[in-house]
Design a protein around this ligand. Structure first.
Ligand code: AMP
Length: 462
């Protein structure tokens, strides 16, 4: 077993690691840290949740602890696909560089350029950025990348999905040829392979999980359903989703609900809220302040349901999510693995449930092919509920029928009552008068009995 102490990291970093409560390096850390400390390029093939962020932040802190940054010339650069992921990497730097003096800046959209310019002007050791915002700063002439000694590309496969590869290639071109590159991707698509062949030199390859392996601690299930009508598919899914949540009860402490489209993220969150569930949306079109507040609320356990798009949720480190619901079957099979990987982390149990209409069949097949297993089929909680309602109304009808057939004892009593009623003719007539809802005005209590009788009764009795 390797200990952190065996990795030759700066004692100040080891102290911060100890305080973070980590006893031993994870496999990606064991593979990547020694190579990175030797100054080698690293190609890390790992998903989030494996400890990959620390596998590049720890050696970077070690290397950057010596030397000083110059104005507008960051000494290192970390590129992340989303603002949230960039913010998370920045937090990691804060945690591990607690006892090392290191300046850093976070360049993400939705934050004013002015503040960011000020930081860059002062000189930063670590610049953490999303590609678009970094190039914006560069084009405004505020930034030089020629001082970058270490460059990290995090979640490269997501960069590819988001169309950032041309930006990444351009940024590589702006940094010195002699830089060290630490490159991370959960999967190795052909395009990613091409980039690594072009920009990495003799990298140490560290692969920690087989491509698209779902954790064994995640219990999966899929509800196959036939929409009542084509235009009702989405609302049927919202019904099923509520049914699944209800069926889980208290076991569902918190959940991420994934939708394929941003518009559906909004609709789904609104619908859940309308039905009394504590839910909020997160996707790329929302204000940064709202995204941060929502995410913080979810992390702190104040928000129970986070409805998200793939991009927004990518790489988020939320350790204890009990459930993942795939409102939509993802069109990219690998996204399924990423989505469900939000639950069942660090050996905890998790549950991942999905809804699939007939038109999702092809995508479902692709997921099962990738997983090399069939996802267990779940009963549709809505049809079960309907069945239960139908059953109980059938039972009620049956009961009514049973009650309608007079029992002998009751008949006897009815008969006695009828006799009693004929005997007390006056009461009977008054009752009928009440039943008729017709009040006879002006006769007082001495109402002649024949007036109180209904017309039909009068005919029968006459
Ligand atoms: P990541 O894959 O970087 O998103 O990390 C996933 C989670 O693992 C984060 O919450 C880290 O704080 C945690 N982590 C990182 N390294 C270790 C370690 N060596 N031991 C235990 N937890 C760790």
């Amino acid at each position: 077993m390797t200990n952190f102490a065996d990795l030759n990291l700066n004692p100040k970093i080891l102290k911060a690691i100890e305080e973070a409560g980590y006893s031993e390096p994870t496999p990606i850390q064991q593979g990547a840290i020694p190579a990175a400390l030797e100054g080698k390029d690293v190609l890390g093939i790992a998903q989030t949740g494996t400890g990959k962020t620390a596998s590049f932040t720890l050696p970077m802190i070690h290397v950057l602890a010596r030397g000083r940054a110059r104005a507008r010339m960051p000494r290192s650069l970390v590129l992340c696909p989303t603002r949230e992921l960039a913010a998370q990497v920045a937090e990691n730097f804060d945690t591990y560089s607690k006892y090392v003096r290191l300046s850093k800046a976070l360049l993400i959209g939705g934050v004013s350029f002015k503040e960011q310019d000020l930081l860059i002007d002062r000189g930063v050791d670590v610049l953490i950025a999303t590609p678009g915002r970094l190039l914006d700063h560069f084009e405004r002439g505020k930034l030089l990348l020629t001082g970058v000694q270490v460059m990290v590309v995090d979640e490269a496969d997501r960069m590819l999905d988001m169309g950032f590869i041309p930006d990444i290639e351009r940024i590589f071109g702006l940094t010195p040829f002699t830089r060290q590159t630490l490159f991370f991707s959960a999967t190795m698509a052909t395009e990613i392979e091409r980039i690594t062949n072009t920009f990495l030199s003799g990298p140490t390859r560290v692969e920690v999980a087989r491509q698209a392996t779902a954790s064994e601690t995640i219990k999966q299930g899929v509800v196959l359903f036939q929409p009542q009508r084509r235009d009702r598919e989405s609302s049927d899914k919202r019904d099923i989703l509520r049914g699944l949540i209800e069926a889980e009860g208290d076991k569902c402490t918190n959940a991420i609900i994934f939708c394929n489209r941003k518009s559906d993220v909004d609709i789904c969150a609104k619908s859940l809220k309308k039905h009394g569930y504590d839910a909020a949306p997160i996707h790329g079109d929302l204000e940064q302040s709202q995204r941060t507040a929502t995410l913080d609320g979810f992390r702190d356990g104040k928000l129970r349901f986070l409805v998200a798009s793939d991009v927004a949720a990518r790489g988020l480190d939320i350790p204890s999510v009990s459930h993942v619901f795939n409102f939509d079957v993802p069109t990219n099979a690998e996204d399924y693995v990423h989505r469900i990987g939000r639950t069942g982390r660090a050996g905890r149990d998790g549950k991942a449930m999905m809804m699939s209409a007939p038109r999702d069949g092809k995508n479902l097949d692709a997921i099962e092919k990738l997983l090399q297993t069939e996802i267990p089929r779940l009963e549709n909680p809505v049809s079960t509920r309907k069945k239960t309602i139908a059953q109980s109304s059938a039972e009620v009808a049956e009961q009514k029928q049973v009650q309608a057939e007079p029992k002998p004892k009751l008949r006897e009593r009815d008969g006695r009552q009828r006799n009693k009623q004929t005997n007390t003719n006056h009461d009977h007539q008054q009752n009928n008068a009440k039943k008729d809802h017709r009040t006879v005005v002006g006769m007082g209590p001495d109402l002649p009995s024949f007036i109180a009788l209904s017309f039909q009764q009068r005919m029968v009795e006459s």
